[in-house]
Design a protein around this ligand. Structure first.
Ligand SMILES: Nc1nc2c(ncn2[C@@H]2O[C@H](COP(=O)(O)OP(=O)(O)OP(=O)(O)O)[C@@H](O)[C@H]2O)c(=O)[nH]1
Ligand SMILES: [Zn+2]
Length: 349
């Protein structure tokens, strides 16, 4: 097996030589089954255990990661993770303040939305922010073009919101736009399919692979989404070269990090804000507010401004949650140290 087909390149080679040597071997995680991970290395495919999480290291391996495999054991084990080139993350569902890495070391992220009733610019905006943030190149793929009367109009709307991003309207049914999609798959390049459940990720994956990879279910009569069918993440080597990562449909994309994504998506707004007379301008009715002015002249669209406000609120909330977690950690540490000091003082240690 040539690991270069799986995306191994000079950058990883360099990161590897800085950190590892024989008998360790590099391998790429191609599937995540929860407790078990499937890894490809030069000697083939291996099923390995998910490494035990250590308290001082929160980094958990994700599909797409390059890992160091120790073959000295009977069953190969993961001993380390190479620094990632890119990662597409979201905030994990539930109460815990936790990052969930959906895809690691991807070169391009297809942000997929269907052109039927599901089309939602607000949702696409969030995907674009997370897409830019990932470090990979975001590409918008609008599926089910056969179900839409005004494809060109919708494509233009996306172009307006995401200048500089490629937009493709496709149909798995008629084959429209599929050739354009194929151009992204080059040997060693990894592309992740990201989007809500039912947008047609698995259908597209099957089409690109030229065979049934994963089961898709027929759409239900009563809504425009498909059933949730893809259960695990899997990286697939395509026959013509290139790697495809189909991911399970996401119910909601809660942002995890957004700084550079916000800047790339809303750089103009940040510029307006910089021009307000008061540095603490709330952009409500202060004199010399450049944002209000831009809204009045129409240079800044109200819809975009409202999006920005809403996202900003969400990011502040997330930052506060992250900070709270950090403080809790510090508090717990503080308690342990105080206890230790007491014991030393009492001569117990
Ligand atoms: N009309 C039409 N239907 C499509 C197209 N692509 C996919 N579908 C249908 O949409 C439904 C959902 O497709 P899937 O490929 O399972 O969607 P998914 O994004 O993989 O869904 P999850 O696995 O739940 O994340 C299925 O019934 C497909 O047949 C298309 O281009 N046109
Ligand atoms: Zn202002």
């Amino acid at each position: 097996m040539d690991i270069r087909d799986y995306g191994w390149d000079q950058i990883f080679e360099q990161r590897w030589t800085e950190k590892y040597k024989e008998p360790f071997k590099p391998g790429r995680i191609v599937a995540d089954y929860g407790q078990m991970l499937r890894v490809v290395s030069e000697s083939g495919e291996h099923l390995v255990n998910r490494p035990v999480k250590k308290p001082d290291n929160e980094t958990q391996p994700a599909v797409g990661d390059w890992v160091a495999l120790d073959f000295a054991q009977e069953v190969p084990t993961i001993t380390g993770i190479l620094d990632r080139k890119t990662k597409f993350s979201r905030a994990a569902a539930g109460q815990a303040v936790k990052e969930q890495i959906v895809a690691a070391n991807v070169d391009t992220v297809f942000l997929i939305q269907s052109l039927n009733r599901d089309f939602n610019m607000k949702r696409l905006e969030r995907y674009l922010i997370a897409g830019w943030e990932s470090g990979a190149m975001p590409v918008v793929v609008l599926t089910k073009a056969d179900c839409c009367e005004n494809v060109a109009e919708k494509v233009m709307t996306v172009y307006d919101t995401a200048p500089g991003v490629d937009v493709h309207a496709i149909s798995a049914l008629t084959g429209q736009g599929i050739d354009g999609i194929r151009t992204y798959f080059k040997p060693g390049k990894t592309i992740a399919l990201l989007g809500s459940s039912g947008v047609g990720k698995s259908t597209l994956a099957n089409l690109l692979a030229g065979k049934e990879l994963l089961k898709t279910q027929d759409i239900r009569e009563d809504d425009s989404r498909g059933r949730h069918t893809t259960t695990h993440r899997e990286l697939i080597l395509l026959p013509g070269g290139g790697l495809l990562l189909d991911t399970p449909g996401m119910r909601a994309l809660s942002l995890w990090a957004a700084e550079s994504g916000m800047e790339l998506m809303f750089g103009d707004i940040e510029e307006w804000i910089g021009q307000c007379r008061f540095s603490d301008c709330r952009h409500e009715n202060e004199p010399g507010c450049a944002v209000r002015e831009a809204l009045q002249t129409g240079e800044l669209e109200l819809k975009r401004w409202e999006s920005w406000l809403k996202l900003q609120k969400e990011i502040k909330h997330l930052e506060a949650k992250k900070e709270g977690k950090l403080r809790l950690h510090q508090k717990q540490w503080g308690k342990q140290i105080a206890k230790l000091q007491k014991e030393i003082y009492k001569g117990k240690i």
